[in-house]
Design a protein around this ligand. Structure first.
Ligand code: GLN
Length: 516
């Protein structure tokens, strides 16, 4: 019984809950047990509050039993990427600098999940400040891919993707700044959607790059992603970039197939570097759509090749500004001041004793020392690299050459997409050039790690919507994802298209052996 629960879609679990076939307590237990059993190896979670989840499940069961009205997710466990503020509960963003941070408020999406009667089951591992493509930049642990524990789960929402793939939660929430929902979803064989910029409130999301960040769902199926997105999406006066237009009822439309779908295949996507097995799976997936009546058109995104360069100027620039708040005073870890002042005094005394008075006078003040030491101790190497890159790109002498230029290229990329979407309804292509790589394989090569985002960053630069879902397996047994992109606010189209595919394929119903 327990085992079969882990293999159900969230939509199916909800049906069973409402029909009295199971209880929230029973299924929360099942997922928590799976976590106990397999998370020591997968390491998808940073924290799991077992008792709190079970209390919440029991409360929802009681309300259901009493015939009280319930929210859309009533009793379903949901895992949360650890960069969404949860009131009174530690929210680390994968960083030492926020190791003890307990937000005094809930992010809007957390408030919405609570109002929808979700059971929040735990906080998931991630790259520090969402900077990374493998979750190896977490300050706390390295998450493994449930399909092969020697491989990365993708990132930065690696914990959120791995826990769904491993049957530890039916639904999870992630964030996507350059691919961090779609890429781990692709590499772990689950469905992940990055909504249009402005569709989901960012209030209470620990900011990385504010013009690129979006929160979105990870799930087994498109239907499940529709269910979760329906709860997450909608206008929020607390986020000035949140769009004031009603969010559709995704669950009501996801089952409607799209007729005469026009699919764009991007000429530039099928070049050097794309793994042959990934290409084959993508082309076969497109043939599945053709068999469902879709027509394929050739499109060109000529500026796409500048996507990575553009993203890696804009994202670090915004990050360097956003992360200025972690100084040990406003937010975050503060260095041991007594030790720091004693060290400073000793340094000064030594310089004076050596007759180097000018150097002694030039030493940092205790305040500056405190900022420096706090940030040096709190941030990991990748975060420091981004802060330096961004500060450089924004500096007076280089702003025009880098940041401003990047903004202009961003506009050109957007124009390519606008042109393409005059011809087609969705753009189909790979999520990543290869399947999941080995843990440790790229940690010493930041550039190689950045290139992993080749196919995903454009949707963030344009702000458009994108979805990734399972479309095959490589000969090494690892999942391959298909990405679909759509014009702004066409999440509905993406979900319907993915659902159509999932009606006639079973890639999304395969489970790694640990989900017995
Ligand atoms: N891998 C990209 C980066 O390191 C994207 C991360 C993300 O989407 N949060 O910035």
């Amino acid at each position: 019984m327990t085992m079969s629960l882990l293999r159900q879609s969230a939509t199916e679990l909800l049906r069973q809950l409402n029909a009295g076939g199971t209880t929230s307590t029973e299924l929360t237990h099942a997922f928590l047990d799976q976590i106990l059993k397999h998370d020591p190896q997968v390491k998808a979670f940073l924290r799991v509050d077992r008792q709190q989840a079970l209390d919440r499940a029991a409360e929802i069961d009681r309300r259901r039993g009493d015939g009280k009205p319930l929210g859309l997710l009533a009793g379903l466990p949901v895992a949360i990427k650890d960069l969404l503020c949860t009131r009174g509960e530690v929210t680390t963003c994968g960083s030492r600098i926020l190791e003890d941070f307990k937000p005094p408020y809930d992010a809007t999406v957390i408030a919405r999940l609570k109002a929808a009667d979700a059971v929040l089951i735990g906080k998931t591992n991630m790259d520090e400040f969402a900077m990374g493509s493998s979750t190896e930049n977490s300050a706390f642990k390295k998450t493994a891919n449930p399909w092969d524990l020697s491989r990365i789960p993708g990132g930065s929402s690696g914990g959120s993707a791995a826990c769904v793939a491993a049957g530890m939660a039916p639904l999870s929430v992630g964030s996507d700044t350059g691919g961090s929902i779609r890429q781990p979803a692709g590499l772990c064989g689950v469905t992940g959607l990055k909504p249009t910029y402005g569709r989901v409130s960012r209030y209470g999301l620990v900011a990385f790059a504010s013009s690129l960040d979006q929160i979105g769902p990870l799930a087994r199926t498109a239907e499940d992603a529709a269910l979760l997105l329906e709860v997450l999406a909608g206008h929020d006066p607390l986020d000035s970039t949140s769009i004031d237009r009603p969010a559709p009822k995704y669950t009501q439309t996801v089952g409607q197939p799209l007729k005469d779908l026009k699919i764009g295949l991007v000429r530039e996507h099928f070049g050097e570097g794309l793994d042959a097995e990934v290409e084959k799976a993508v082309r076969e997936a497109v043939r599945v759509y053709e068999s469902l009546g879709a027509r394929v058109h050739d499109v060109s995104l000529p500026h796409g090749k500048y996507g990575i360069a553009t993203y890696y100027i804009i994202a670090p620039s915004e990050a360097s500004s956003n992360l200025a708040r972690y100084d040990g005073v406003h937010y975050g870890h503060r260095t041991d001041e007594k030790k720091m002042i004693a060290a400073l005094d000793a340094e000064r005394a030594a310089l004076v004793a050596a007759g180097k008075d000018t150097e002694a006078a030039a030493l940092d003040s205790p305040l500056v020392r405190m900022y420096r030491a706090s940030r040096a101790e709190g941030f990991g190497p990748e975060v420091k690299r981004r802060i330096m890159l961004g500060t450089y790109a924004l500096s007076a002498g280089y702003y025009d050459a880098y940041y401003l230029k990047a903004l202009k290229v961003r506009r050109l990329i957007r124009q390519d997409y606008d042109e393409a979407f005059k011809k087609v309804d969705v753009i189909a292509g790979p999520v990543t050039a290869t399947t999941a790589f080995e843990l440790g394989e790229k940690v010493d090569d930041p550039l190689a790690m950045y290139l992993v985002d080749l196919y995903t960053v454009s949707a963030n630069l344009t702000g458009f919507a994108g979805i990734s879902f399972p479309a095959g397996f490589a000969s090494d047994g690892l999942p391959i994802g298909l990405q679909l992109q759509a014009p702004p606010f066409e999440e509905e189209r993406l979900l319907r298209a993915a659902h159509m595919f999932q009606q006639v394929t079973d890639w999304h119903q395969r489970y790694p052996p640990m989900v017995a």
